[in-house]
Design a protein around this ligand. Structure first.
Ligand SMILES: *[C@@H]1O[C@H](CO)[C@@H](O)[C@H](O)[C@H]1NC(C)=O
Ligand SMILES: *[C@@H]1O[C@H](CO)[C@@H](O)[C@H](O)[C@H]1NC(C)=O
Ligand SMILES: *[C@@H]1O[C@H](CO)[C@@H](O)[C@H](O)[C@H]1NC(C)=O
Ligand SMILES: *[C@@H]1O[C@H](CO)[C@@H](O)[C@H](O)[C@H]1NC(C)=O
Ligand SMILES: *[C@@H]1O[C@H](CO)[C@@H](O)[C@H](O)[C@H]1NC(C)=O
Ligand SMILES: *[C@@H]1O[C@H](CO)[C@@H](O)[C@H](O)[C@H]1NC(C)=O
Ligand SMILES: *[C@@H]1O[C@H](CO)[C@@H](O)[C@H](O)[C@H]1NC(C)=O
Ligand SMILES: *[C@@H]1O[C@H](CO)[C@@H](O)[C@H](O)[C@H]1NC(C)=O
Length: 596
């Protein structure tokens, strides 16, 4: 889970360190984790000995690529060491001077008018499919309509949610009598490999443990494939499918909001999009830009790359300057609920699968990892045999486990959620009011926010990239309390008709579209919030009316957000010496820290 990897360094390196020393000292001969450079080098070595690089991906199952001794058969399972090491470090045929990037002769290049499909099409094209990902061919106890890809919480690929998902029968199309004058888009990166560390489950850790005793176990029945299986996933970075998601999102947003670029032409400026330094964040933004602007993007926009690292004020990575968000007694309240829930919904699965794994004690947590493995392998490799192991009900249980995790760690149930969303809300208000931020008293960064070049306030289009935890922080800080209607979420059953679903709010490439509208039927400019193509009611925001498309007068919305800004105390919430009792002895449903 991403939020685990986003914990400050005092937590993470210790855990990673532990992994490294244990694997390096006891298993160096035939096993090392992917993030050890040794595996990478050994992989290349194995390839080199195999003589033709193209065949590197097809070495016989059971050959441990990390062994450095191709041909030496390892135990049935070859560890997380199948690494292909592409691109080679010094390819012998690389002669850039013989491949000029600009040879001229481009032919004609006239441009036409910008698309505005939100306004012009009778029905807005929505996002339903997941090209390049294979569904499992066999499904246990699942209904015809079941789409497994939508029950993976934050590991689901984004899709246009069903109408009414958040309580309004309204999608991204422009409400009647209205036209869009401005859009603010906040999106997540695309599908990635697992993060380096996880507080519950975690594919790399499980694979490592399994491999530690590889000569002691074997699998049969549904699990028989595990005898030959290798752990092929990397860490942290975008997968090819994740890259496509952002490219597609860029294309989609251009089709919808392209007409807003006219404003830039009129004011003789270009847009500024923001992302962060982390590899998958930057790669996501680049793919989005190529989808949105087309290649080459040069001269069409400016990309702000904020620094995501400890100590840097960054509204898109607020946990880097908020110590309480790194204190697990405050920021990781979810794991205990996930554990309780997993013990219930995975009980049968654990019994069923244990019986097919001989010589290894498969725990509930391991069983949960097998579900994670399905999701991660699918979005990285296109297909996973692990997906066939579970029933529809168990997938719904998995989805809900992730709801619990994010509800308590990053959203309405977390005492450090609102404060982490605060910085983005301040920026949103600054943009909506065309007024610079007055006081730098949160995750905002004066160096960037004070400059009208790096942080423009008069644009018609804003695009910001961040993580799912931050998207949830922001939705919480904005007071979208209709999403919290079922809270606090129980860990012994799934509430009916819940509006808080991480697979719909914060999946891979999730996108929040803040639309500003001018409507002939309404006197004032309006704002509404569309999450993954579902309009969210703004009724939790003080003063906003019940409105069928989720619209609220901008002035009312801004006044409420200013009130929220005034009531949220970064210093206290992030640095305060407060504590909360563990588990259900204390709850919040607004993402607020306790005032005691
Ligand atoms: C898995 O995680 C546990 C607990 O954090 C740790 O003790 C163990 O060394 C890890 N094992 C591997 C193989 O990474
Ligand atoms: C603000 O952001 C800039 C650019 O990323 C960075 O150099 C600077 O250190 C940040 N300021 C603070 C106080 O973190
Ligand atoms: C599978 O593992 C079990 C338990 O470790 C062992 O008794 C059995 O002989 C193994 N079977 C094979 C075919 O390796
Ligand atoms: C960084 O954030 C802290 C805490 O809100 C604030 O005191 C400081 O002024 C900020 N620095 C900049 C350059 O924005
Ligand atoms: C963009 O242009 C449209 C049409 O001219 C106008 O209605 C709208 O207010 C402009 N938006 C901004 C943010 O200037
Ligand atoms: C935010 O939500 C809380 C809880 O629903 C409510 O009491 C409060 O009035 C709201 N504040 C604003 C400014 O919208
Ligand atoms: C932070 O600054 C804003 C103005 O930008 C102000 O409304 C708010 O009260 C300040 N918060 C604190 C805790 O001082
Ligand atoms: C917190 O929420 C849980 C789940 O709804 C509930 O069982 C518990 O009683 C609540 N705790 C408090 C102190 O209200």
């Amino acid at each position: 889970m991403e939020h685990d990897a986003l914990l400050p360094s005092d937590v993470k390196p210790a855990a990673v360190q532990e992994q490294r020393t244990s694997s390096a000292s006891t298993r160096a001969s035939r096993f090392s984790l992917l993030h050890l450079g040794a595996a990478f080098v050994a992989g290349i070595f194995a390839c080199a000995l195999g003589q033709y690089a193209l065949h590197c991906g097809q070495q016989a199952p059971g050959v441990a690529a990390g062994s450095g001794q191709p041909g030496m058969l390892a135990a049935p399972w070859a560890g997380s060491t199948e690494v292909h090491g592409f691109p080679p470090v010094e390819p012998t045929n690389a002669v850039p001077s013989m491949f000029p990037s600009n040879v001229g002769y481009a032919g004609g290049t006239p441009t036409g008018a910008e698309p505005a499909v939100l306004a012009t099409a009778p029905a807005v094209p929505i996002h339903k499919s997941t090209p390049n990902l294979a569904q499992p061919s066999v499904l246990k106890e699942a209904s015809k309509s079941f789409n497994m890809f939508r029950s993976w919480g934050n590991l689901s690929p984004w899709y246009s949610v069903p109408r009414g998902a958040f309580g309004l029968d309204s999608g991204p199309e422009v409400p009647e009598t209205c036209r869009i004058t401005e859009a603010h888009i906040l999106h997540r990166h695309g599908a990635r490999y697992p993060t380096a560390w996880a507080s519950y489950g975690g594919p790399a850790n499980f694979s490592g443990r399994l491999h530690d005793v590889a000569d002691k176990w074997n699998a049969s029945g549904d699990l028989e494939f595990m005898n030959e299986w290798t752990y092929k996933l990397g860490e942290e970075i975008l997968t090819p499918f994740g890259r496509q998601q952002l490219y597609d999102l860029g294309v989609q947003m251009r089709m919808r909001y392209g007409f807003l670029l006219k404003n830039f032409t009129e004011s003789n400026t270009i847009p500024v999009f923001r992302t962060e330094s982390q590899d998958r964040m930057l790669a996501s933004a680049m793919n989005f830009a190529i989808g949105f602007f087309g290649w080459p993007t040069d001269g069409q926009y400016q990309q702000s790359i904020t620094i995501e690292a400890d100590g840097f004020n960054n509204t898109l990575a607020p946990y880097k300057t908020c110590p309480n968000a790194g204190d697990r007694s405050k920021s990781d309240r979810g794991t205990v609920y996930v554990e309780e829930w997993a013990a219930i919904y995975l009980k049968d699965a654990q019994a069923r699968l244990s019986a097919q794994l001989h010589g290894y004690d498969l725990t509930i947590e391991d069983t949960y990892v097998l579900q994670q493995m399905c999701a991660y392998e699918t979005v990285a490799l296109g297909y996973s045999k692990f997906c066939e192991l579970f029933t529809e009900e168990e997938w719904e249980g998995f989805d809900y486990a992730l709801d619990l995790s994010f509800w308590y760690n990053s959203a309405f149930g977390s005492p450090v959620a609102r404060v982490q969303g605060l910085g983005y809300v301040q920026e949103l208000v600054a943009r909506l009011t065309h007024t610079p931020i007055e006081t730098y008293n949160s995750s905002t960064n004066a160096t960037l926010n004070e400059s009208p070049i790096t942080f423009p306030l008069h644009d018609s289009l804003y695009v910001d990239a961040t993580h799912e935890v931050v998207v949830l922080n922001v939705l919480t800080a904005l007071n979208l309390s209709s999403l919290a209607a079922n809270g606090p979420l129980p860990s012994d059953h799934i509430p009916k008709d819940r509006t808080f679903r991480v697979s719909q709010l914060a999946p891979f490439a999730t996108n929040v579209q803040f639309q500003l509208l001018s409507c002939s039927s309404l006197p004032e400019p309006q704002i509404r919030i569309v999450v993954n193509d579902g309009a969210v009611p703004l009724t939790g925001v003080e003063g906003c009316p019940e409105e069928k498309d989720g619209m609220c007068p901008v002035s009312t919305f801004v006044a409420a957000q200013k009130k929220i800004i005034g009531e949220t105390d970064w210093e206290y919430d992030c640095y305060g010496d407060w504590s909360v009792p563990a588990g259900s002895a204390w709850n919040t449903t607004t993402g607020d820290a306790p005032r005691w």
